[in-house]
Ligand binder design. Structure first.
Ligand SMILES: Nc1ncnc2c1ncn2[C@@H]1O[C@H](COP(=O)(O)OP(=O)(O)OP(=O)(O)O)[C@@H](O)[C@H]1O
Ligand SMILES: [Mg+2]
Length: 370
């Protein structure tokens, strides 16, 4: 679940370039820095769009921070895209790889929708181009019968193409990108003359993402690896930053659903401690067995959102700490019996050391629902 929709909007989720249209327009008005060919903003303005302006007004607008805790990585990613190597954002699930790739494409090319979603069923036609069969049968292969895919369009427009979950595709499909990244040319052998060879315009490049819990990047060919710069997104380790992000995103999700309530700081603080201790498998000086399910910031946002939504729709008053545990079951533990046991070990430890603290005592009451 993501938070990218506005209250009252007629769609569930807007692409980043529409959601943040005011900020992008303000940055374009403010920007006088050197800009790589084909880019809509300078690298400096792209950095500000993603990491925020720290309260400073630029072009009449304060720019909100969108990615937390990976500042140096974000800077390197921008520099990579200004060159002729593609970018691969790798990392654990829920570390904002897709979000960063969307924000980069929105800021650099003004469009984040030239996207391929990688899966075992991704086929060549879905990436490069396909044909309108009615026109093909009538006139043969002509430019009018060609239906450009995201790669064709990105090369033609000089824009960024996003390739989500690239390592879930068969290696032969991934390797289609090698000649494109090396020679910046896409051949269309069916067309004769003009159109048979598409040379990319300045600004074209590739941002791929790969989830380290999936098949991983090991199966990627070394030829493709050499044409990509790798960046690994880290989960947020700073509890203060994570708390700020989780409460902001949960509040945004609630507002988007028309729910007029915001999470209390105490509740968010408790949730973040819970997540950080479970994620680090370390609490009160004791090493714990780590959970196998993912405990990313995205899951923390979902737990908080679910607890708040439940009390809004079904409860009578703001949610208490017990509700956090109730929703941890469905959003994080799922059907993993071993994780349930590991969580039980953690809660036993908490019970023996923190039962003097009313907030933790209240949280433990939720164990009955797990
Ligand atoms: N460091 C972070 N900065 C900002 N938002 C974050 C961060 N980490 C997680 N999030 C939140 O988590 C949500 C999910 O992130 P996203 O879907 O981009 O993750 P992902 O790494 O692509 O996950 P997956 O591997 O499951 O595809 C984001 O929309 C954002 O709200
Ligand atoms: Mg993703």
């Amino acid at each position: 679940m993501t938070s990218d929709s506005r209250p009252g909007s007629s769609v569930q989720r807007l692409p980043a370039e529409q959601l943040h249209a005011h900020e992008l327009a303000a940055l374009r008005a403010w920007d006088s820095h050197p800009c790589p060919a084909g880019w809509q903003l300078s690298p400096r303005a792209v950095r500000l769009f993603i990491l925020g302006s720290d309260g400073e007004t630029l072009g009449g607008q304060v720019i909100e921070r969108k990615i937390y805790g990976n500042d140096v990585l974000v800077e390197r990613a921008i520099v990579t895209l200004a060159g002729q190597r593609g970018l691969l954002l790798a990392g654990e699930p829920g570390t904002a790889k897709s979000l960063l790739s969307e924000l980069l494409a929105a800021a650099i090319s003004g469009s984040s929708t030239l996207t391929v979603q990688g899966s075992a069923g991704t086929v060549e036609e879905g990436i490069r181009y396909s044909w309108n069969y009615a026109l093909l049968l009538r006139d043969g292969p002509t430019p009018a019968a060609l239906v450009p895919g995201p790669l064709h369009r990105a090369m033609e427009q000089g824009a960024l193409m996003r390739f989500e979950e690239i390592t879930r595709c068969p290696v032969e499909i991934q390797d289609l990108l090698i000649p494109v990244l090396s020679d910046r040319v896409l051949h269309v052998p069916e067309l004769k003359g003009e159109g048979a060879m598409l040379l990319s315009r300045p600004g074209f490049n590739l941002i791929a993402t790969a989830n380290l819990k999936d098949r991983g990047v090991n199966e990627m060919s070394s030829a493709l690896k050499r044409r990509l710069n790798f960046e690994t997104m880290q989960p947020l380790s700073d509890a203060r930053l994570e708390g700020e992000l989780v409460s902001r995103e949960a509040a945004r999700l609630l507002a988007a659903e028309g729910i007029e309530t915001a999470p209390a700081p105490d509740l968010t603080g408790l949730l973040i401690t819970l997540f950080q201790e479970l994620r680090q498998a370390q609490a009160l000086g004791v090493a714990l067995e780590p959970l196998s399910n993912v405990l990313s910031t995205a899951e923390a946002i979902n737990v908080l959102y679910s607890a708040m939504a439940e009390s809004w729709y079904l409860g009578g008053g703001p949610p208490g700490p017990a509700q956090l545990l109730r929703h941890l079951g469905g959003t994080v533990i799922k059907d993993e019996a071993d994780d349930r046991r590991r969580l039980g070990d953690y809660l036993r430890l908490v019970r023996s050391h923190r039962s003097d603290d009313p907030a933790w005592r209240a949280l433990l009451e939720g164990e009955a629902w797990l």
